[in-house]
Each structure stands twice: as C-alpha cells, then as structure tokens.
Design a binder for this molecule. Structure first.
Ligand code: 5RP
Length: 224
C-alpha cells in the first residue's frame, strides 16, 4: 500500500470512530475536506440503515455530497444549535489546538463549531504534532480590506490562488495564508480576532472537544 492509500485508510478509520458517536435524532455538523468526506459517506451509510438525523454543512461541497448520499441538510442560517460536529484539520496537537482551513472553509467551520455542543476532529497521523506550528494559518479577509490586512500581517502573508486567479471561499472572500511563528497561538489568535477586515482564521484553540487520530490503522482518541 502506498503512503497516500495508507493515509486515506487512516482518514476513513478516524471518520468511522467519530461517526459511531452519532445517535438517533441528532443534528450533525458536517465538516469539509477529504477526511470529512469519509465521515459524510459513513454517516450516509448509517442513514440508509435507518439512523434518523438531520445535518448542517460547513461548505457547499459537503452539503452537495451529503444531499446526494441521502442525508437531509438544513440551511444553517435557520439553525441555532448543533449536537455534534465532525470535521477534519490540517494540524492537531495534544492540547486539542488545531489549524484548519487548507480547504478554505474555516470561517463557516468555526461558526458551526461554536454552535455545537461537541466538536470532534478526525485526522490521519500526518496531521498530529506535539505542538501546532509548522502549517501556515489561513485568514479569510473582507475584499475591501485585503491590502491593509496583508500589510499588517507582513511578508509571511501569501494570497491564496487557484492557478493565476485569487482563490475565493464559499463566502466570496479571499484568503491570506499566513506563515507565522506559533510559539504563543493564543496571542496570534487574539491579534487576528482584533484586526479590522479579518473575517475569520484557521486557529481553533477553544472549539475542539475531542479528536480521533489514526496512524497505520490504529485509532487514538484525544480528549481534554
Ligand atoms: C477545510 C478544513 C479541512 O478540514 C482541513 O483542511 C483538512 O482537510 P483534509 O481532510 O482534506 O486533509 O479545515 O477548511
């Protein structure tokens, strides 16, 4: 099995562990990305077997996948509270600090996480570090504020592009991938939270309640 197949198998194993937590009657938050896509697929299989749930999605792609697989997806604008959100991450550490947003959905993901009684991260072992820090932090910016926010973040901020065109999130906003030292993640998050024009960012420091990390088929549960 090559490395990619083995990572994909681990993503599916972590997703299966989290999907096992879903109970009848729950309103489930669906994350975004390739690991979350496994969770959506496995959840749809349980729905086909009779599990009764509704869901909200953190991206158009996840909503489409879920609906196509037979999961009833509600408009999050009409939803105040979610029981359990299952989502991927780009980095996760033992403190349950995470970096998210390589897929560009971090703003919606954080809004849904904040409305959730529980947020569970699922990841293959390549995402696990003793401390988050070696991935850049995605920052979603109001288009009006792009140049001023980029100037405040400094040289480490790179405009995310798709080919030669600027990338836009589902919300229609550009993303700056900010290469920043994360010795003090809370100070970095506070700085971003206070910056006019920053709509959201990928540092999840208080949202994650538990994580399933799978390495070589072995799933480890991390909890606060
Ligand atoms: C999207 C995210 C994803 O959950 C994160 O990028 C992990 O993606 P993948 O499971 O494809 O590695 O935060 O905004």
């Amino acid at each position: 099995m090559d490395q990619q197949d083995s990572a994909d198998r681990d993503k599916a194993a972590a997703a299966a562990a989290a999907v096992a937590e879903v109970e009848d009657g729950m309103l489930v938050g669906l994350g975004t990305g390739s690991t979350a896509a496994h969770a959506i697929r496995l959840l749809a299989a349980r729905v086909a077997d009779g599990l009764r749930i509704t869901a909200v999605a953190t991206s158009h792609a996840s909503a489409e996948q879920a609906r196509a697989a037979g999961i009833r997806v509600l408009d999050f604008a009409q939803v105040a509270r979610v029981d359990l959100t299952i989502d991927g991450a780009d980095r996760i550490d033992p403190r349950l600090f995470a970096i998210k947003g390589a897929g560009g959905a971090m703003l919606r993901e954080k809004i849904v996480a904040a409305a959730s009684d529980r947020m569970v991260v699922i990841a293959d072992g390549s995402k696990y570090r003793q401390a988050i820090g070696d991935a850049s932090v995605p920052v979603e910016v109001l288009p009006f504020a792009l140049a001023s926010v980029a100037a405040r973040l400094g040289e480490g901020a790179m405009l995310r592009q798709v080919g030669r065109a600027p990338y836009h999130t589902d919300n229609g906003n550009p993303v700056l991938d900010w290469n920043v030292t994360l010795d003090d993640p809370r100070a970095v998050a506070s700085r971003l939270d206070a910056m006019p024009g920053v709509l959201g960012h990928g540092l999840f420091l208080d949202q994650v309640d538990a994580a399933y990390v799978a390495q070589d088929g072995v799933v480890t549960r991390l909890e606060q």
